[in-house]
Design a protein. Structure first.
Length: 210
């Protein structure tokens, strides 16, 4: 699996993707690649922040349906598989996911097929790992990770580390910005931990576009 970056189905791309009657497709190959690339103990692009996901069930889905939020294009989304509505509505949703994945996932990650097809290796890895980082673990009042009675992680959606406007930093400086903006600025000033060679080793299909 490592070394072959998953590609979305051809019929979800371009004009055909815009007209298809099945714009959402389960992507088990993408789930396996993401686990092998970022989560597993021997992953080539291992991020220890994903340790709690090693035994998690994560369902990945390709889509050709466009999405936007607050005027921004959405190309990826992570959700917990919690359901609203009546008993039949919940039952239909649960049945659909179980038919797709063979079980009810802890998290559901949806990826825009058109964006994924055109993205560089770095952008693709960044998108997938961004969504994985939203697949978080609950924390107690002291910030320690929470676990269920059986010892497994208690899952929760995780928010972004930084929520701020660029113009606030421009006008008032990093020190006046919200949250961990200063940490982000320091991180941006450093060389990336993952270089082009490592990306090619994990993705391998479009190294010329890095």
């Amino acid at each position: 699996m490592i070394g072959t970056r998953p590609r979305p189905p051809e019929d979800l791309l371009g004009a055909e993707g815009a007209l298809t009657g099945r714009p959402f497709r389960p992507a088990p190959e993408l789930a396996a690649w993401a686990h092998a690339t970022f989560i597993a103990e021997d992953a080539p692009l291992l991020n220890e922040e994903h340790e709690h996901l090693r035994d998690a069930a994560i369902g990945f889905v390709w889509t050709s349906t466009g999405n936007a939020r607050h005027g921004n294009t959405v190309v990826g989304q992570a959700e917990m598989t919690t359901f609203q509505g009546g008993r039949w509505s919940k039952g239909r949703q649960i049945q659909q996911l179980c038919e797709w994945f063979g079980e009810l996932p802890d998290f559901l990650v949806t990826i825009d097929a058109g964006y994924a097809d055109q993205a560089s290796d770095a952008a693709f890895c960044s998108l997938v790992e961004h969504e994985l980082l939203h697949c978080g673990q609950e924390r107690d009042g002291f910030g320690a990770p929470k676990f269920r009675r059986d010892g497994s992680p208690a899952f929760a959606l995780r928010g972004h580390d930084v929520e701020e406007f660029v113009s606030i930093v421009v006008r008032y400086g990093v020190g006046a910005a919200a949250g961990r903006t200063a940490d982000l600025v320091r991180a941006a000033a450093q060389a990336p931990l993952i270089g082009a060679d490592e990306l090619r080793g994990a993705c391998g299909t479009c190294g010329g576009r890095l």
